[in-house]
Write a protein that binds this ligand. Structure first.
Ligand code: NG6
Ligand code: CA
Length: 564
């Protein structure tokens, strides 16, 4: 059936709809003309022979027209549903992306997204640490509603309920292929994981069709990759054992065997040694399955690219969760020394290169104009997060926190206000938005964008804002940092009194703890230097009332931050 094949070839999606529309219109015309001609001739009894001859032809035309019509319906629905990619960084600060003009590091590929899309200056992660932020991003639910949403050890059970609404679960119901590649850190299994068997439940049980992940963080065991719940490259004769309480007999540790280390620990990070780097937690076995730290960025990039190439003909959702610039910072030799800021700067350049390579792949596959890319980070920046890696010593003039106060772990703005960008070639007009938006809003926004009626109760629909077609943002937002919460409403920020040190000395970050209330007006004081609580009791009272209305009185129940 050459005619049919010419009419409905499998083309790249961007151009498909227009062509199939034209073709099926043509078909309809031909079909109607043929039908009347045939009908006219077969009316006369002497034409029965013609009738017989034309019947298969009519059947073919009907088939062809239907074929193209079905194809058209399918194409129309796929073009209405863009591919969605969330590129999620780990500990990248507001000032780390040069398009934010708040630091001195150059990130041309992240800038390409920021300058070619919407750059949000009031975009927030839900928490100042990783696991709570990721949980909130995936579910559209404030992390403080889940008592287990804290920095998780590598043995923690799955943080997301398998019946919970999630972005991938919602998109899957909308016909999307869904995948996560990169850092997970939302727990796996039920608390009794045998790493030598299929690990479940995990990403595949909360909406992801495909997963290629590291379980927790680069500094936590197990230091292996899992594909769809199976540890990759595992030798069954060398099983993996993991323990976060005690070491396995005879196994070296960072604490006892400094002579084996290629990277020195500053605080914590003195348990099992993998690739010369001391980690958090104890691990035995699984030698062949262990990752190569310097190859991790390339490894995840390859998986992310392969996924896009594989799924290019279907709408897909990819959560591409990079591991940089979280510790241990291990740039590939190609990037070593390139930033002049030591490994932290180098791995940001490496991540920036990955962003560029990934975007090139979208372009090569003809998907750029049909893909919404959202770029953000799980929490604010930290320099010394437990290893001696020159992050402080070689920082120079760079300011990862930009004009904001605090950093990772902090209730001050730099803890949660992060780079936040939406990019969609041809659909989003380049611009900057000062609207307040949180990662908990992505679920509702993406649901609205893809025609799903599902929504979380904490999130809001800012799909139009993300696409640059509106400037509406949040009125208020609860911010979280290691079980403590603060409140932003309009330009005002309220930080309730919390016990604990004002500064965590190990990471040298101001946490936001104080004996009294803190109240800041960001419109006048972005750096949160002037506490207006005493001189503005009316405002304070109103803010406290609004905060408690959302957060409840139990905001006072917190746990001390303990970085070991
Ligand atoms: C802390 C780790 C820190 C980092 C953090 C989690 C120590 C001393 N510090 O406990 O290095 O791993 O947890 O970071 O162990 S996050 O970005 O995944 O939340
Ligand atoms: Ca993080």
């Amino acid at each position: 059936m050459p005619f049919f094949i010419v009419a409905c070839p499998n083309r790249k999606r961007t151009f498909k709809t227009i062509k199939t529309n034209l073709i099926s219109k043509e078909f309809l015309k031909i079909f109607i003309s043929c039908f009347f001609i045939v009908h006219h001739f077969t009316k006369h009894p002497s034409m029965t022979r013609f009738h017989l001859a034309f019947t298969p032809f009519i059947a073919f035309l009907v088939l062809a027209a239907f074929g193209c019509q079905t194809e058209k319906t399918k194409e129309t629905s796929t073009t209405q549903k863009p591919n969605i990619v969330i590129i999620y960084m780990d500990d990248l600060g507001y000032g780390d992306v040069s398009a934010y003009e708040a630091g001195t590091l150059e990130t041309p590929n992240m800038d390409f997204l920021a300058n070619g899309g919407m750059k949000f200056t009031n975009g927030y992660a839900s928490s100042a640490t990783c696991s709570p932020s990721r949980y909130a991003l995936m579910t559209g639910t404030y992390p403080w509603r889940n008592k287990d949403a804290k920095i998780l050890p590598g043995t923690a059970p799955l943080l997301i309920g398998t019946d919970e609404l999630t972005i991938p679960g919602m998109l899957k119901k909308q016909g999307y292929a869904t995948a996560v590649v990169g850092k997970w850190h939302m727990g796996l299994g039920d608390g009794q994981v045998d790493w030598n068997e299929q690990v479940s439940p995990g990403p595949n049980e909360v909406g992801f069709d495909y997963s290629y992940i590291m379980a927790a963080t680069q500094d936590r065991v197990p230091t292996v990759y899992l594909e769809n719940g199976l540890v990759q490259g595992l030798d069954p004769n060398d099983p993996i054992e993991i323990n976060y309480q005690e070491n396995f007999e005879g196994e070296p540790t960072g604490k006892d065997n400094p002579e084996m280390l290629t990277m020195k620990w500053h605080h914590g990070h003195n348990s099992s040694i993998v690739n010369g780097i001391p980690r958090i937690g104890f691990m035995k076995g699984g030698e062949k399955a262990k990752w190569v730290d310097e190859d991790m960025a390339d490894h995840f990039l390859d998986k992310a690219k392969a996924y896009v190439q594989e799924e290019r003909d279907e709408p897909f959702f990819l959560f591409y969760a990079m591991q940089q610039p979280h510790v241990p910072r291990t740039p590939h030799p190609r990037f070593e020394g390139k930033s002049g800021m030591g490994p932290r700067g180098d791995v940001i350049l490496e991540a920036d290169w990955c962003v560029g390579e990934f975007m090139n792949t979208l372009e090569e596959e003809g998907l750029l104009e049909n893909t919404l890319v959202i770029f953000s980070s799980d929490n604010g920046p930290v320099l010394n997060d437990g290893y001696y890696d020159d992050a402080v010593e070689k920082l120079g003039d760079h300011t990862p926190w930009g004009p904001l106060r605090g950093g990772k772990y902090s209730l001050f703005e730099a803890g949660t206000r992060v780079p936040f960008i939406s990019y969609w070639k041809g659909t989003i007009e380049p611009g900057q938005s000062d609207a307040m938006i949180s990662q908990i809003d992505l679920l509702n926004s993406l649901a609205s964008l893809t025609g799903s009626g599902e929504k979380s109760s904490d999130g809001q629909d800012f799909s139009a804002t993300l696409l640059g077609k509106a400037d509406q943002g949040r009125e208020s937002l609860v911010l979280e940092a290691t079980t403590r919460t603060a409140f932003r409403k309009g330009d005002w920020v309220l930080i309730p009194p919390y016990s604990g040190p004002a500064v965590n000395q190990q990471v040298d970050i101001e946490l936001g703890n104080d004996k009294g209330f803190q109240l800041y007006d960001l419109s006048q004081d972005l750096g949160q230097q002037r506490n207006l609580a005493e001189e503005n009791p009316e405002k304070l009272k109103a803010m406290v009332a609004d905060f408690i209305a959302i957060r409840g009185e139990e905001f006072i129940n917190t746990e001390a931050l303990e970085l070991k």
